[in-house]
Design a protein around this ligand. Structure first.
Ligand code: MG
Length: 295
């Protein structure tokens, strides 16, 4: 039977842009529900400057409060070396770096240039290796940038090869604002997959009226077997105008299960986690009387 890995980003990528602070206990409950649903890889939080992202100011408390299960990898997004140090102090065994193909988005999201951010990620990899911490790396705006428009796939390829050379064990191609289509979602990952020698490759699609599932399927057909999703379809990027939520994990798993592809995730329990995640959101769900307004 074919199998895929689901990388769950809901507690971080889903909740990070929420304007109203989500209680620490609720964040912990969401992570525990995801663990209970069989998620094996969960992005729990972000060790980012609380002045920039107050929603993630309880990163350490959330990490300490979750019920960590053997065999599950709990990780966190880190924008820079300071974030890496805080993550390492909290005992994380995996961190996730981020940068964009686009200079404008990188500047808005991280306040660095693309070459500066590459240098920072290289330094993080140098520090992580001796501590036994694995580094996953996002490349954002791979399929288009909300500020600059279309993205040359060569930029993502060049960055992916650089990240691999620094030691990233996995790279995730981000469609930050839902600009991919099934052609680009096939062609771009396939090209990068062929070029990588060691690093694994994942895809990270954002919502666009259901196109995200066509994009995930296209990437599956291109040979991708690692897919990012957020329970409940929460998310969006505060620095990317027009960003919608992440691809909903529970619909992604339903799609794969119907195809006879194993995800290791319990369908009913991930749907419960998704509903709980939506109950925490004011950005995408509550403001419309509890009805999803961003599909
Ligand atoms: Mg995302």
């Amino acid at each position: 039977m074919e199998t895929v890995e689901i990388f769950e980003v809901g507690p971080r990528d889903g909740l990070q842009p929420e304007p109203v602070f989500v209680e620490t206990a609720k964040k912990i409950q969401l992570v525990d529900m995801l663990t209970g649903a069989g998620c094996k890889r969960i992005e729990v939080t972000s060790f980012v400057n609380p002045k920039w992202v107050p929603q993630m100011r309880d990163a350490r408390e959330v990490f300490q409060g979750i019920n960590q299960k053997d065999g599950v990898v709990y990780n966190a997004l880190i924008p820079n070396m300071k974030g890496f140090e805080r993550a390492a102090e909290s005992g994380l065994k995996e961190v996730v770096t981020i940068m964009s193909t686009s200079e404008s988005h990188n500047k808005k999201n991280l306040n660095t240039s693309v070459p500066e951010q590459l240098k920072i990620i290289e330094e993080i990899n140098k520090a992580a290796g001796p501590e036994g911490i694995r580094v996953r790396s996002y490349i954002a705006t791979v399929f288009g940038c909300p500020i600059e428009g279309s993205t040359d796939p060569q930029k993502a390829l060049d960055i992916a090869l650089a990240l691999e050379s620094y030691g990233a064990y996995e790279i995730s191609l981000g469609d930050t604002t839902g600009m991919a289509n099934p052609d680009s979602a096939y062609y771009v990952p396939k090209t990068i997959l062929r070029a990588l020698k060691k690093a694994r490759l994942a895809v990270h699609y954002h919502k666009y009226f259901g196109l995200e599932f066509a994009n995930n399927l296209a990437s599956y057909n291109a040979g991708i077997r690692i897919f990012d999703g957020a329970a409940g379809g929460l998310g969006g990027c505060p620095y990317a105008p027009g960003a919608r939520g992440n691809c909903a994990t529970e619909i992604l798993t339903e799609m794969f299960h119907r195809m006879g592809v194993e995800t290791g995730i319990d369908q009913q329990k991930i749907e419960e986690a998704g509903a709980f995640a939506q109950s925490l959101s004011t950005l995408l769900y509550k403001k419309d009387g509890g009805v999803a307004c961003n599909t």
